[in-house]
Design a protein around this ligand. Sequence first.
Ligand code: TYD
Length: 205
Amino acid sequence: MRRGYFITLEGADGCGKTTQSRLLQEYLEQQGYEVVWTREPGSIGLGQRIRELLLYYDGEVAPRCEAFLFLADRSQNIEHVIKPAVAEGKIVICDRHTDSTIAYQGYGRGENIEELTYLNNLATAGMKPDLTIVFDVSTEVAQLRVGDEKDRMEAAGIEFHKKVRFGYLELAKTEPERIKVVNADNSIEQVFEDTKRIVNNMFKK
Ligand code: TYD
């Protein structure tokens, strides 16, 4: 049986990642791969309830509580969706995963990055993506794309989102083998060309 792959897509709000993940899914299916698309927070079942809390709860949320909710959702997704699909030889595309926690809760909210890394490992039982693509977008372009109807995270402000972007770029520097950066200020077509090239390179390895 063909080996499965685990690909994660990352980037600040408004980077166009969700459009790219759909395009990538279609492209891979056309190549004959079986693809499972999932997202964090909130893929299936309990995760969807956690997602509602994370994005639409309108009271105070302690930063550490926020982190634990993302991590709780992740451990469900790994166990129930990602691990089984990869074991069956499928390609999993996950829209956000561990690097979101480091970029948002670590660089964005200021939680301790080493501790978050440890907790990420606990949540994933050590399973790592084969490839992560960060869609890097300038904060100004991203804010325009997000528009006026913002969820709790999107409403966190421009300074917060600048830190998130910086966090992703730092992560990419520390793990250049796994994390590839695409310039997402470019057109959808150009971004997708870059994405395909990166994914096809992964298959060659
Ligand atoms: P979502 O609507 O899925 O955003 P997008 O379409 O941009 O992926 O909302 C997820 C939000 O949660 C997004 O603002 C990023 C944030 N997030 C974290 O802060 N930490 C995490 O670990 C994850 C997975 C997401």
